[in-house]
Design a protein around this ligand. Structure first.
Ligand code: MG
Length: 248
């Protein structure tokens, strides 16, 4: 069941989403060669708690950390640890905050130092596909108009979209209905309405769309070992189109 948010509920969603946006911005400034993903995670948790929020991912189905840190061929759900970032890596950071009963969720992929041109293109296409999807998040459209817009942009650039992991509704729960795939036929799925809040999150691979989960039970990697990028915003559908709650 898709929960329609009242104006009051949307207002309450602004704060956790604002913290998510500010934190991603802050972490982007800390990403550099030599830093470990655990150090980023520690800073992230401090940042959230100082602002009176709680990390939404920590403990979620047993996930052990505040951020998901996914490097290079890691697609999503990478567990922060002792790995040191090195020049040329790309790192996807996904994080959520809960505050006053509502959730915020966003992700961004960052370059570590100087990266090669194909990695840069992968990141640019993924981020642009997110905005293509968001532009379809309009009352009266169908859910898969979002999905289709993402897929079209990605595949036209020669990359692929991950099938097994998808975006989602968000609000009083981190993951609510509907699922928001990054692929699918246009003009299908539930009709979009004002007050729907969605986390739209294309995961885009350089090579095959197929993925596998590592032995740790969390880290998702590309099946062919090529790189992957991930961008996500939480948005709400308003009378004036989509409002991005996780943009500064
Ligand atoms: Mg999400």
């Amino acid at each position: 069941m898709i929960f329609i948010k009242s104006d009051d509920e949307v207002a309450r969603m602004r704060k956790p989403n604002r913290i998510v946006a500010e934190l991603l911005d802050y972490l982007g400034g800390l990403v550099r060669p030599g830093v470990t993903t655990k150090e980023l995670d520690t800073k992230a948790e401090e940042f959230i708690r100082k602002r009176g929020g709680k990390p939404a991912f920590k403990g979620y189905h047993g996930f052990p950390a505040t951020i998901c840190a996914s490097v290079n061929e890691e697609v999503v759900h990478g567990i922060p640890g002792s790995r040191r970032l090195k020049e040329g890596d790309i790192i996807g950071i996904d994080l959520g905050v809960v505050m006053d009963g509502f959730y915020g969720d966003a992700a961004k992929t960052f370059a570590v130092g100087k990266i090669d041109s194909e990695a840069k293109r992968l990141m640019e296409v993924t981020e642009a596909s997110l905005y293509k999807g968001i532009s379809q998040a309009v009352a009266g459209n169908r859910l898969y108009d979002i999905s289709h817009a993402v897929q079209q942009h990605v595949e036209a650039a020669g990359f692929s979209v991950v099938r097994e992991f998808v975006g989602h509704g968000i609000g009083r729960q981190l993951h609510e209905d509907p699922q928001v795939p990054n692929y699918g036929p246009p003009h299908q799925g539930p009709e979009l309405e004002e007050g729907m809040a969605l986390a739209i999150e294309p995961m885009v691979n350089e090579g095959t769309w197929q993925v596998k989960v590592l032995q740790d039970g969390w880290t998702v990697v590309t099946a062919d070992g090529k790189r992957s990028a991930h961008f996500e915003h939480t948005i709400v559908i308003t009378g004036n189109g989509p409002e991005i709650l996780t943009r500064l």
